[in-house]
Write a protein that binds this ligand. Structure first.
Ligand SMILES: N[C@@H](CCC(=O)N[C@@H](CS)C(=O)NCC(=O)O)C(=O)O
Length: 212
């Protein structure tokens, strides 16, 4: 298995988390998102992923994009350490938590959106940071409220699920941009518990070979 990713990419972080939680060995292929305008835009990479986004995942003759599709593929194909509950209602609720972060927050704080704000719309770094803080607070306020109903040890009950896989990168990002997290005690408690897991440490951005 081969994972094309970038150390600080949240969507790549999600797939690494799934792979390490399931103890699936993989070959990591760094794609530098910033150097020389971004290796995701090279014709060679675009053959793999025309959207110029990471991650891209290859398993023998299967090539996939979209981190959530990759993770569900892994979960269906490799049964060990399931990442979604077995009950259909629980599965849907755990997925909804994951999508609250992966679909509503991550896309609007993605590199190309931030680059468009500062590069094309001439926003200052301060305005860019205000944008990030605003959307993190919007998403985390709702997520914190949801967690008061769903969380046990982790986001949905006492097992690590797709929801946790989506939470970890967004907390990492929020911390990177110095968003205060004091108003989210449940969310930060879950994040702290997740940090105790070996798979999480293995997947963390700073522990990747391309980390700077
Ligand atoms: N929905 C996609 C999001 C992929 C995505 O946004 N990737 C970002 C890094 S987290 C990226 O490649 N950005 C490059 C760019 O913005 O130019 C997924 O979950 O895989």
């Amino acid at each position: 298995m081969k994972l094309y990713g970038y150390w600080r990419s949240s969507a790549s972080f999600r797939v690494r988390l799934a792979l390490y939680l399931k103890k699936l060995p993989f070959d990591y292929q760094p794609v530098h998102l910033v150097k020389d305008g971004g290796e995701q835009h090279t014709p060679e990479y675009k053959k793999l992923n025309p959207a110029s986004l990471v991650p891209t995942f290859v398993d023998d003759d299967v090539t996939l994009n979209q981190s959530l599709a990759i993770i569900e593929y892994l979960d269906e194909r490799y049964a060990q350490r399931p990442l979604l509950p077995s009950d259909p209602v629980d599965r849907a609720k755990a997925r909804a938590l994951a999508y609250d972060l992966a679909c509503e927050l991550q896309p609007i704080t993605n590199l190309r959106v931030l680059q468009y704000l500062t590069g094309t719309l001439n926003c200052s770094d301060e305005q860019r940071n205000d944008w990030i803080h605003h959307w993190v607070h919007t998403a985390f306020t709702a997520f914190e409220q949801r967690l008061t109903e769903t969380a046990g040890e982790y986001c949905y009950g006492d097992s690590v699920t797709l929801a946790d896989i989506c939470l970890l990168p967004q907390v990492y990002n929020a911390q990177r941009f110095k968003v205060p997290l004091d108003d989210y005690p449940t969310l930060t408690a879950v994040n702290d518990r997740l940090q105790q897991l070996q798979a999480v440490q293995q997947a963390r951005p700073e522990n990747q070979p391309d980390a700077q």
